[in-house]
Design a protein around this ligand. Sequence first.
Ligand code: COA
Length: 180
Amino acid sequence: MSQLEHHSENTANGEREAPEIREMELGDLEPVYLLGERLFTADRWPSLYRTWDEYELAALFVSDGELCFVAEADERVIGFAIGTLIDKRGSAWTYAHLLWLGVDPEYRGSGVAKRLLDRFTDTCIEEGARMMMVDTASENTGALKFFQGQGFGKALQHVYLSKNLTGLPEYRRKRRNRGV
Ligand SMILES: CC(C)(COP(=O)(O)OP(=O)(O)OC[C@H]1O[C@@H](n2cnc3c(N)ncnc32)[C@H](O)[C@@H]1OP(=O)(O)O)[C@@H](O)C(=O)NCCC(=O)NCCS
């Protein structure tokens, strides 16, 4: 039996128990953070400009709690969708930005992310959003296929460049002055 089959095993009355999609609660912060730690490692997505950390997660939960959702199965958090709304200055449009979407590998391929995205989308529409944005590392082909399958298109390439500052004289001078 595969992990997926195992986790969607029949219940006593013979019916399959689908993961529940619900709003995130305070007690979910830790399991969501730990699941994200497994999914968004800096090694795997070095070019992702955002970093998954507990402060960002807590800040989003406080500022945009109504746009934070979890999927729960077998009495544990197995997925999440977290985003925010953006009112652009000079534009009458409200944009929704899905910042983080993740599903435990053991539960993938059974529509959990799609249900999380649908719930997130419904809430964004209720809140007045007319456009939704998602972003991911360009090498994250799985997520790109998922988003394309859900109707996202018009991909714009945005290139992030970096420069190592530790080789600059100013950096070395500052370190010397600090006595490090
Ligand atoms: C991307 C991700 C959220 C998909 O979760 P999931 O629960 O397996 O997705 P679903 O089962 O809801 O898939 C819905 C559809 O997308 C397709 N899809 C999902 N993942 C896919 C993949 N890796 N490759 C190709 N298609 C994929 C499914 O085949 C399905 O298509 P269908 O409706 O035609 O059957 C999950 O792989 C994940 O957590 N990845 C790591 C985190 C990440 O990259 N997040 C996105 C950026 S923040």
